[in-house]
Design a protein around this ligand. Sequence first.
Ligand code: NAP
Length: 301
Amino acid sequence: MRAVVFSRYGDENVLELMERPEPTPADGEILVEVKAAGVNPVDWKHREGAVRNDRPFPLGMGWDVAGVVRSTVPGGPAVGEAVYGMLPLPYGGAYQELCVLPVSAVAPKPVSLSYAEAAAVPLAALTAWQALETAEVTAGLRVLVHAGAGGVGHFAVQLARHLGAHVTATASPHNLEFLRGLGVDEPVDRTTADLAAGEPFDVVLDTVGGLVQHASWRLVRTGGTLITLPEPVNEAHRLPGITAHRVIVTPDGEALRRIGELIDSGAVHVEVQTVLPLQKAAEAHRMSRGGRVRGKLVLGL
Ligand SMILES: NC(=O)c1ccc[n+]([C@@H]2O[C@H](COP(=O)([O-])OP(=O)(O)OC[C@H]3O[C@@H](n4cnc5c(N)ncnc54)[C@H](OP(=O)(O)O)[C@@H]3O)[C@@H](O)[C@H]2O)c1
């Protein structure tokens, strides 16, 4: 089968499209013919060596898939069924014609989505889902989502709105209209806004890290919650009375099934900025690393 792999850590040029042996499912795993693979920042972080695993090179790449079941397990989806799912971190293997993943990590592909759109969903939407769950977001809470137009951000704002929260989200000026279209109550220009001058938030979701995490502490009300994604909670900046967690996404087929229902009902829109062919994986990594993607990038097989 064709697979994008890499044999040393480095820049995009270490990615190679080559013939690899077909993977064999272990107990509890299904084999999926991949129609599309989602691209996430963790992919290039893995390629650069910031996220490592104990397998030998060449290493597989990518965690998001949508495709057709080739072999299954008792109680799993039928052979021939369209599914989408997330491979467990830290072992990638989605940028390839066939992949294996635990049956518990997949759900039926939302019928309203193409394979490319479905592959854009799992890791980013599960991250948003699990972040909102961890923060116990409920109706009426004031939620701030940093980078609301990004992969995680655009799912987080929609899921928070669906829960009935009042949602503020930051973006560059060209993305503010997009945020409005997603239902964001208060789209905020991140290049000019002084959020600290306004009313504090019950929940802040930091999808950026660094200075944004630092600034976020002062945006949470006493008794509120800060959720960070890219980096651990920086204890040096901790303020009293604020709960802070770093969420690490985990595959969850049941949550994907529920997210799929929200997508099919029209409550959640999936934004795919660009679909590139598998051989353009390096270009997809360059774009992702640039940090300006609206919604998601996807590789089509
Ligand atoms: N812990 C976990 O399990 C987990 C899971 C998923 C993701 N993550 C991490 O979370 C981060 C976000 O992931 P993602 O998939 O949403 O990334 P992404 O889609 O690549 O994010 C792109 C967005 O980031 C915004 N952005 C870039 N620089 C910014 C800045 N300095 N301040 C505010 N916004 C900025 C851009 O918005 P504008 O163009 O509008 O400025 C762009 O729309 C990544 O670091 C990723 O590795 C962690």
